[in-house]
Every structure is written in C-alpha cells, then in structure tokens.
Design a protein around this ligand. Structure first.
Ligand code: 13P
Length: 256
C-alpha cells in the first residue's frame, strides 16, 4: 500500500495586501515552518507572491498561486503565466476553482490547457472539481465530477499525473459553513480515485493526492482527514488566520 503524505493548502482568495500577507505567512512559519510530516502550501494573491515567498524562505511551507494563464506570454491583459510564477519560486497553482468557473466563465477545455501548461513548467496543479447544490440534488454529482476530471486531465501523461493534486470542492460547501459529511466526501474521493485508475493505472492513482475543500475547520477536520481517500485539505476562510490554519495542519499530522 502506498502511503500518501497529506497536503494542506491555504487559498487566501482575494484577501490580504502584500504587507498583511507577509505578517500571516510569518506567523504560519513560526508555528509550523519546520515540520515535514505534512506538506503545507499557502496561496496568496498575485500581488503578495513575491513578498510571501521571501517570508517562507528557509521554511518547509511552499508557495502556490491561485490561477494562471495557459500561454507563456503575450497580449492577455491582466493575466499571469507559469514562468512568471516560477520566477517567484511558486511550486503549486490552484486551477479550475469553482469561483473561476462560475464568475469568470472558465471552461473544462481552458482549465485543461492550464493544467498541461503548469505541468510543462514544473508547477503542481491543485486542480479543483465539484458539483453545485442543484447538481447534487439532481443526483448528478458523480457525473459532473467525472466530466470535470476527465476533461481537465485530458492529455496528461502517466509520468506527470503523479504531480497533479486534485481538490474535491463541493460548490455548496464553499464559504457556507455547510460541510460535506465524511461519507459524502469519501464517496466522491473514492470515485475520483477510480477514475484516475482508469486514466493512469492503479499505481499512479494510488499516488495522487485528493484534497477536500469546503468549510473545513478544526471541528470537522479530523473526521474528514481520517477517510481513506482524503489526503488533505484546500482551505479558504480558516486559512486566513494563522491559528486556525495551524490547527488544521496539526489535525492532518495526526490523521491516519
Ligand atoms: P472555505 O474553506 O472558505 O469554504 O473555502 C474553500 C475553498 O474554496 C478553498 O479553495
């Protein structure tokens, strides 16, 4: 059996100026910047990537971005490319977040191009999938997750697939305080792993980490992180305070 190291990622979304982001990063570094039992990533806004990267220097906490364009450079006003993220020593990038899909009209095809581009530039995609409440109520959860996963990972080689991190984020649980039960989450995570087995084979599928995201906090983390196919968390609100984020990382450390 392959043991997957847990990964806890903080998605700071559109919060914190560069100065405030550095203060938050410093607090996190002081509390958990030396532990290596769990992989920890923080994803500040673009404007704070460079300063937070410097604050993380010498710690085990890694730097991630929240989005990027699939092209390397060119006339794409307001966009940021993979090489630009690499220049700040980012190692991860969140792609296909439901907020990008919903508010900015990102399609599976576009997200797929970004996944391919991230991998080409040695960035690990934290590739997000998840159903809306209406889709869950219509019994379409697995179908929706299947389509997003298959389309988003089209053309990814077996070799590079192990660098992909998948985040299952039920849209109805994001920022709502409505968390998926551990059974609901585990069901979808196991389903995603079965899709990965079909796409890349058992060995690769067992290596890929699948994070849960959506109102994860210390009250529900232990139970979620204790599930067989839940390999960490993508955390929004609770990652904006060092104390609550650190508690979640500690919960991942003890989760079996
Ligand atoms: P919350 O933890 O605030 O629900 O956000 C989850 C999320 O969207 C992380 O990407």
């Amino acid at each position: 059996m392959i043991l997957r190291k847990k990964l806890m990622a903080g998605n700071w979304k559109m919060n914190r100026t560069s100065t405030d982001a550095v203060a938050l990063a410093q607090e996190i570094v002081v509390a958990i910047g030396k532990q290596a039992e769990v992989d920890v990533v923080v994803c500040p806004p673009f404007t704070a990537l460079e300063s937070v990267g410097k604050a993380l220097d010498g710690s085990t906490v890694k730097l991630g971005a929240q989005n990027m364009h699939s092209e390397v450079s060119g006339a794409f006003t307001g966009e940021i490319s993979a090489p630009m993220l690499r220049a700040f020593f980012a190692t991860h990038v969140i792609l296909g977040h439901s907020e990008r899909r919903t508010y900015f009209g990102e399609s599976d095809e576009f997200i797929n191009k970004k996944v391919i581009a991230a991998l080409k530039h040695q960035l690990r995609p934290i590739f997000c999938v998840g159903e809306t409440l209406a889709e869950r109520e219509a019994g379409a959860t697995l179908k929706v997750v299947q389509t997003q996963t298959e389309r988003g990972l089209e053309g990814v080689s077996k070799e590079l697939a192990t660098s992909v991190v998948i985040a299952y984020e039920p849209v109805w649980a994001i920022g709502t305080g409505m968390v998926a039960t551990s059974e609901q989450a585990q069901e979808v995570h196991a389903f995603i792993r079965s899709l990965l087995t079909k796409l890349f084979g058992e060995h690769v599928a067992q290596k890929v980490r699948i994070l849960y995201g959506g109102s994860m906090k210390s009250a529900n983390a232990a139970e979620l992180l204790g599930q067989k196919d839940i390999d960490g968390g993508l955390i929004g609100g609770a990652s904006l305070e060092a104390r609550s984020f650190v508690e979640l990382v500690k919960a991942a450390t003890v989760a079996k």
